[in-house]
Design a protein around this ligand. Structure first.
Ligand code: DX5
Ligand code: ZN
Length: 228
């Protein structure tokens, strides 16, 4: 199994800027810039206009981003039919591929995870703010990562929904030391602290990083790397 997500020292949070909030006229430069600024992963939001009311990027964009930076590519599929897209995204250079449990019944989710592993990627499973954590039961033993959405997916720049923190706390106890717990949506300095305290260890941040001229400083602060 690929290990990119797990090479980092345990308990040191990883920061994953979401390219959705970058300047789309220069995506490659934006990816390279956050790499220079200390990011660990690049989060790529894929939307189909059906599962969420927005359209974004496909496998060609992932392939181009792979050439532009050396970051681990963390692809978040917000699509109604993820099984159609596993192969093209894994072959495009994805490192971790995450799909949503709302569109995949438990048994099929386990099959999708196996297919993602066969293609050389780690596999994540995500759930929306209104989705009960129990829907993940079939997968939380086999997924490499669980992604808790802290906004209703579709757009960058939304407000963090604090009620999801109880799911993060619950999942932290269920997951083993080799499974990552990611949170996505409305993460800034204050909410990052709340998410880390609840047990998250990968923080996705779009607007807080890409719409901020102090990117390196912000990444450090999100990580909890405060000046002493
Ligand atoms: C929302 C996406 C997020 C989003 C995060 O549907 O999954 O990854 O880009 O953006 P911020 O951090 O601005 O909420
Ligand atoms: Zn996302």
């Amino acid at each position: 199994m690929p290990t990119e997500l797990f090479q980092h020292p345990p308990h040191l949070p990883l920061i994953a800027p979401s390219i959705l909030a970058a300047d789309f006229a220069k995506l490659g430069d934006e990816a390279a810039d956050v790499e220079r600024c200390g990011a660990d992963l690049l989060h790529v939001d894929v939307m189909d206009g059906h599962f969420v009311p927005n359209l974004t990027m496909g496998p060609d964009a992932v392939q181009a981003l792979k050439k532009s930076c050396g970051l681990v590519l963390d692809v978040h599929l917000m699509v109604s039919e993820p099984w159609q897209f596993i192969d093209p995204f894994c072959k495009a250079g994805t490192n971790n591929l995450t799909f949503h449990i709302e569109v995949v019944p438990g048994g099929l989710a386990v099959d999708l995870i196996k297919r993602i592993h066969d293609l050389g990627c780690t596999a994540g499973v995500s759930l929306n703010p209104d989705t009960p954590v129990e829907t993940l039961k079939a997968v939380w033993g086999v997924a490499d990562l669980i992604l808790v959405m802290s906004v209703h997916p579709g757009f960058t720049g939304q407000q963090f929904i604090p009620e999801v923190l109880s799911k993060v706390q619950f999942l932290r106890h269920e997951l083993g030391p080799h499974q990552r717990l990611e949170i996505d949506g409305g993460i800034g300095i204050r909410t990052a602290h709340q998410a880390l305290s609840a047990g998250a260890d990968i923080l996705v941040a779009g607007a807080a990083i890409f719409r901020n001229p102090q990117r390196a400083e912000t990444i450090k602060l999100l990580r909890g790397d405060y000046p002493r």
